[in-house]
Ligand binder design. Sequence first.
Ligand code: AKG
Ligand code: FE2
Length: 237
Amino acid sequence: MALHTLCSRVAACDWAGLAATLDGQGWARIEGLLGPRDCAELVALYESGRFRSQVIMARHGYGRGEYKYLAYPLPEPVAALRTALYPHLAPIANRWNQMMDIETRYPPAHAAYLERCHEAGQVRPTPLLLRYGPGDYNCLHQDLYGEQVFPLQVAILLSRPGEDFTGGEFVLTEQRPRMQSRPHVVPLAQGDGVIFAVHHRPVQGSRGPYRVNLRHGVAALRSGHRHTLGVIFHDAS
Ligand SMILES: O=C(O)CCC(=O)C(=O)O
Ligand SMILES: [Fe+2]
């Protein structure tokens, strides 16, 4: 995978449009972030890559299926994606924090943000590859790994819905204060990324913005195998 192609794909996204969509619904899709060959390379990494740990989800009550956290140094395409996406997300994160009266602001470059994580004792990489088989699912959760939290993350679907697998929809729920939770089903094709809020997002109410609490997960697969790349911007303790 040509890294400059990856970086120019990220740069070519309509970031003003994505920011507006994120403000409106808490998630936004980047279509065709990765090509079919890029996806196949990342799927192959599930077997051949270097990882710091493996999680069998059923053992922890997280669902069914498994995932592996990549080790540092990250594979080049994953490192490049994370570095290239971050500067576009940091201004959105800063604006959201301002709306939610949260004091934290994020530096414009990911390297500087990682230094902050490392100073807080969060030094372990969080990008991960996930693998689901028939009947596997991922319970609603939030990827929080310490006090340092970057409020947006990206998941990229590496498999072809309808061909490699059926079912396995990416879902989000929004828990609103004193109201019932709202579900979202995110339609993804192979290579599409979804940007979404890790835990909170501001929603504009009639008396100013309020906070909603988000969780994400994956519905059970009916058949086949599904792989995902998760890009989380804070390191873990
Ligand atoms: O497999 C998925 O689509 C969900 C992945 C996930 O939970 C994550 O990237 O944090
Ligand atoms: Fe997750």
